[in-house]
Design a protein around this ligand. Sequence first.
Ligand code: ZN
Length: 448
Amino acid sequence: MTDAAQLVRPAPAVDGERRRLVVLSIDAMSDVDVPFARTLPHFARILDGAWGSAQAIYPTVTYPNHTSQTTGRTAAGHGIYANEKVSPGVRLPSWFWDARDIACPTIFDLAKEKGLTSASVGWPVTGWSPSIDIAVPEIWDRAGLEQTLAILREASSPRGLEYVDRHAHEISWTKKHVFGRFNTSVATDIIRTETPDVLFVHLVDVDSARHSTGRFTPEVKQAFERVDGWIGEILTALEDAGIAEETNVAIVSDHGHVEVGRCFRANRVLVENGLVRLDEAGEVSSWDAWVHGCGLTGQLHLHPEADDAAREKVLAVVQEWVEDPEVPVAAFHPLADMREDYGYSGPFLGVLEGTSGTNFQNLWEGRSLYGRFDEDYTFLISQHGHLPEQDIQAVFAMTGPDIAQGVRFTGCTVSDEAVTFAHLLGLELPDADGAVVSETLRVPAQLA
Ligand SMILES: [Zn+2]
């Protein structure tokens, strides 16, 4: 929440002139990346406007934060409390892909009401959107490219479909999906063809490079250089379409990263305590409690039909974890505390916070603990999901006709970003937890 919390009424952008908005999410870009990003020509164009650090919401994972950036709410308000849907015993759960899971209005809903044309490309939780005119959402099927294209077509809006078909050959699939090239081509095609009023684009290359190689590696640097070229293509498309002068352009990100030291399979310990039961094939047959990993934290779920004895047993196991220095769980935060301190809520008892660098895995076989120096450690090198005030922060930068130039601001959150976007479009997000970041604006927002 910024000092601008007293702003309650959005002003029209500038004297009734037409205003458009493009938001580019550079997943896992952090504030310490800014000096390097300033050496890249297209990042620099946006960072030369107004920029500052942005605190993520808890959990500091991708889907909850991207939903705050379109709603102005924390997870308790928008309902997207994790990346993946909680699915005990399922090895590859579905993610929160469906926009209909969002529990409050989004900026896309408000844009539609006002008659603005909106588009999203690769933006989380925009599948099957009732409001986005041209939606090409982030969605995949790990089974392969053919299955991914089938579900992507199903989740895209009818007008988004033609862009999927025109650019499907640009999705690369080696060990997993890579959408950066595809998303950029779709976004530039949409800009030139449709000149939308509102466009949100998600680019994931920096995050992927960090997960697989570490926080500050040559691969991460290359990812930034690649993304800079894509930002350049998008800015060029705005110029080609003749709308660059009337478009405010933002860079946002959703979280930083922390080096991973170990992986903790809490559900393995729950199996050993009889709270998760396996069949003869080693698959989960029933459960009383389940830890759903959100990166560096885990949600403790209790089965809806579990009795008081099971509840007491699992809370006793968790207390042992917190007290045992050999178990990498630093604390258990009950849900009421999470709601009050972070606006974090969901269908679970509370949150397990790992010791620094502990990644929670959902799996239930093997050992409960895998250290980075173990020969069979083949998992992520860096991760997020930690408490939002810990470690390096996300980034918010803007440039454009309504944006102050050469400004550095502080104290912003991802929820404030959404409220600022709405303000620039003359919209108002109801019940927002955030406020307009007034330091970004060339013309100060009107006070009530
Ligand atoms: Zn992310």
